[in-house]
Design a protein around this ligand. Structure first.
Ligand SMILES: Cc1cc2nc3c(=O)[nH]c(=O)nc-3n(C[C@H](O)[C@H](O)[C@H](O)COP(=O)(O)O)c2cc1C
Length: 305
């Protein structure tokens, strides 16, 4: 059986989601935390809390840093090392313009000299921590990552996760599978596949096609079906009751820790964009329209199962 990794999803796969997911569903060998970054000269406080050891007990967490100027990458790396982590992931794939315009994330892919400089600077930490890389094919062109492979090989990452799209596509449109094949065949770096895996059949076809793959990383597929990795491993499908427990526990956590209805609703409602098929459209519409916690709770409770 191939290892299944949980992809980092800013705003979704935070520590509470990871802890509850692991307790209720399991099946994940590594949980990638959403990227840490420097804002106004400091590592964001929420990022520090998200990877704090006490918030991630019993989980195999891989903290992630955003590809950026060496000074920023070094500061986040040093913070992660100070907590005792042994593996760190470098994000060279984030496609959002506010990030890429600053030549961070996927914005670095068309500036090979910046990637090389960052990797060189991070090499000094290799006695303390191992690095993996998560990337997409390019910012503007689909050959930017493959052109960087010889430099990435020199850096010897433990794994290279590839989302086979370019930044303009963000997370939709055709997966550029031929370009993925090219990198898979060209390098001896262990490759992790990431993109549009929603079912056990999807996992099986990728495994059949790429027998030397190291792992499969799943993002949105685990929001739609948090039991997907477990189902792949032992056939036990997602049950409505366990999904509702998971969802209610995430809600209760944010209700207890965030202030004000609008803040709490802004946090919880986006999860319902990824509701499993068995939640009918009428219920999700009602949940997404709710303008107070009381209305939200009524809408959720209106779902009879
Ligand atoms: C809302 C959202 C937030 C994301 N946050 C991160 C992140 O913090 N770090 C990262 O490497 N990728 C991030 N991604 C990309 C995912 O990790 C993943 O590569 C992408 O969703 C494709 O995989 P999927 O088709 O299995 O969802 C994010 C994607 C989405 C949709």
């Amino acid at each position: 059986m191939i290892d299944i990794y949980s992809a980092p999803l800013q705003g979704f796969t935070e520590a509470i989601w990871r802890r509850l997911h692991n307790n209720i569903f399991g099946g994940i060998s590594k949980y990638y935390a959403p990227f840490m970054r420097i804002e106004h000269g400091e590592i964001r406080k929420k990022d520090i809390r998200d990877i704090a050891i006490e918030n991630n007990q019993g989980l195999n967490i891989i903290p992630q840093i955003l590809a950026s100027k060496p000074d920023n990458a070094k500061r986040t790396t040093e913070h992660i090392i100070s907590l005792g982590y042994k593996e760190i992931d470098i994000n060279i794939g984030c496609p959002f313009p506010p990030i890429t315009n600053k030549k961070q994330g996927a914005g670095m892919l068309c500036y090979p000299e910046l990637v090389i400089e960052m990797l060189k600077e991070l090499t000094q930490y290799k006695n303390d921590i191992q690095f993996s890389i998560k990337a997409r094919l390019g910012l503007k062109a689909d050959n930017e990552l493959i052109n960087l492979i010889p430099e990435i090989e020199k850096f010897k990452p433990t794994e290279l996760t590839i989302h086979p799209r370019i930044a303009k596509q963000q997370y939709t449109g055709d997966i550029l599978i031929n370009q993925f094949d090219e990198i898979y065949n060209a390098t001896s770096i262990p490759i992790v596949y990431n993109g549009d895996i929603l079912t056990v059949d999807n996992i099986n076809s990728i495994v059949m096609k790429y027998p030397k793959l190291k792992a499969i990383m799943i993002g949105r597929g685990l929001l739609y079906n948090p039991a997907l990795a477990r189902e792949y491993q032992n056939g036990k499908k997602l049950e409505i009751a366990e999904f509702m427990t998971f969802s209610n526990q995430i809600y209760n956590y944010y209700k207890d820790t965030l202030q004000g209805d609008s803040h709490i609703l802004a946090k919880i409602k986006p999860f319902w964009n990824y509701a499993p098929d068995f939640i009918d459209h009428k219920t999700t519409k009602l949940i997404k329209k709710s303008s107070s916690l009381a209305k939200y709770e009524n809408a959720v409770n209106s779902f009879i199962y």
